[in-house]
Design a protein around this ligand. Structure first.
Ligand code: AP5
Length: 184
């Protein structure tokens, strides 16, 4: 049973690698960004509330995310492991997750930090052209990561579950390192 949290800058490859690894391990890949983008595409109340924050590169408010994660981790397919990609995103989300996992009698095995320099992710994201991949929004997403999400590296290091992987390599090499780490 594998339960992983992926940390890393926007564009570090969390979504790419989480999808591959989840397929290899046959566990769900839970991306809060994908859930929010689907909600926007389907014009649900969640999507309507989230859109302006995402367009600006700000985090959406915790109250839009926490119930959603509680529901998702209670689904049957999440009882045999999961990869969380894009959650938690700040210390209050991490504290919420810790409490939720206690209630579910589960624990995260590893928080994996994909390390890629800021300049590299900017080039990757400008090439991708998602709606929030404009230069201004990318810059704000990076600032928000450094201010709000980077403290989680220490949060998980203190809990002795942090691992770091060099994400500034061809995707296949990153996948191989992740696979090795998880099976290790
Ligand atoms: P989210 O969807 O989580 O976006 P992000 O963190 O900005 O991450 P990205 O999807 O941009 O990057 P990634 O690391 O997944 O890289 P990827 O594999 O896609 O969040 C979007 C927004 O939603 C947030 O700004 C916020 O508003 C909101 N949100 C989401 N979760 C939230 C939460 N918990 N709380 C509050 N708000 C939340 O790769 C990027 C590109 O690089 C791709 O084109 C890919 O092909 C390429 N690439 C990948 N790996 C490599 C490689 N090794 N070499 C070269 N290119 C590569």
């Amino acid at each position: 049973m594998t339960r992983l949290i992926f940390l890393g800058l926007p564009g570090s490859g969390k979504g790419t690698q989480a999808a591959i690894l989840a397929g290899l391990l046959n566990i769900p890949h839970i991306s809060t960004g994908d859930i929010l983008r689907n909600a926007i595409a389907q014009v649900t109340p969640l999507g309507q509330k989230a859109q302006s924050y995402m367009d600006r590169g700000e985090l959406v408010p915790d109250e839009l995310i926490l119930d959603l994660i509680r529901d998702r981790l209670n689904q049957p397919d999440a009882q045999n492991g999961w990869i969380l990609d894009g959650f938690p995103r700040n210390v209050s989300q991490a504290a919420f997750l810790e409490q939720l996992l206690q209630e579910l009698n589960q624990a995260c095995d590893r928080a994996i930090n994909l390390e890629v320099p800021d300049e590299v992710v900017v080039v990757r994201l400008l090439a991708r052209k998602r709606p929030d991949d404009t230069e201004q929004t990318i810059r704000r997403r990076l600032e928000v990561y450094h201010e709000e999400t980077a403290p989680l590296i220490d949060f998980y290091r203190e809990r002795s579950v942090l691992s770091s992987i060099n994400g500034d390599r061809p995707p296949e090499e990153v996948t191989e390192s992740l696979h090795h780490l998880v099976n290790g």
